[in-house]
Design a protein around this ligand. Sequence first.
Ligand code: XBP
Ligand code: MG
Length: 234
Amino acid sequence: GFKALIFDVDGTLADTERDGHRVAFNAAFADAGLDWSWDSALYGELLAVAGGKERIRFYMERAGIPLDPSERGDAFVAGLHAAKTRHYVAMLREGRIPLRSGVLRLLREARDAGVRLAVATTTTHENVVELLDHSGEPGLSSWFELIAAGDLVPNKKPAPDIYTYALAELGLGAEDCIAIEDSDNGAESALAAGLKALLVTINDYTRGQDFGAAPLVVDRLGGPDDPAHALVGD
Ligand code: XBP
Ligand code: MG
């Protein structure tokens, strides 16, 4: 049987993007005196690039805003991103971002069945711990034996790096694990790392994306007894 569940975070455990990360980016831009403002639709396009620092660079390229390619460019992006993380963590600590439907039940049932729990995400480590511990179940982050996050690996999703890292840390093969994702980038990353057991839970930003060879796509982690549960696609 499967030995571990490896979860993506943003869009999978919680709908963090539109009312969380996006709002925190805009607050950081305002702090820095920039007139940049990412509305929900623009943010949906910027989600093509995973990782906050990478997303800021992508936006600047698209908008034709020159970025000093030297150390100073890196420091500028890193400074903006650090401010964004402070805003985001403050929002999480207020309990403003709940888990998606069915997530806590799945985590509890997996834990009770002795299935190991891990995270593989592009977001910042601190963001994951604060989300889990302020989602209504105190200490939830301690249920996870591994939180593989952010800049631990050189290449973010859709590269396989973070899943490959997680498998090595868990000491498991790809065939021992189920990946749970919400996006095309996440699905591509898991599949590229050899995880064939991949469950995709779509959300408003990822509905309609191409999830490649993902065997199962659902619109929430409910269950057969959840009246709102529905399979999509074939
Ligand atoms: C999530 C992301 C993250 C967050 C921001 O992608 O792309 O970048 O939007 O996080 P996935 P940071 O769910 O595929 O991991 O700003 O902390 O990087
Ligand atoms: Mg995601």
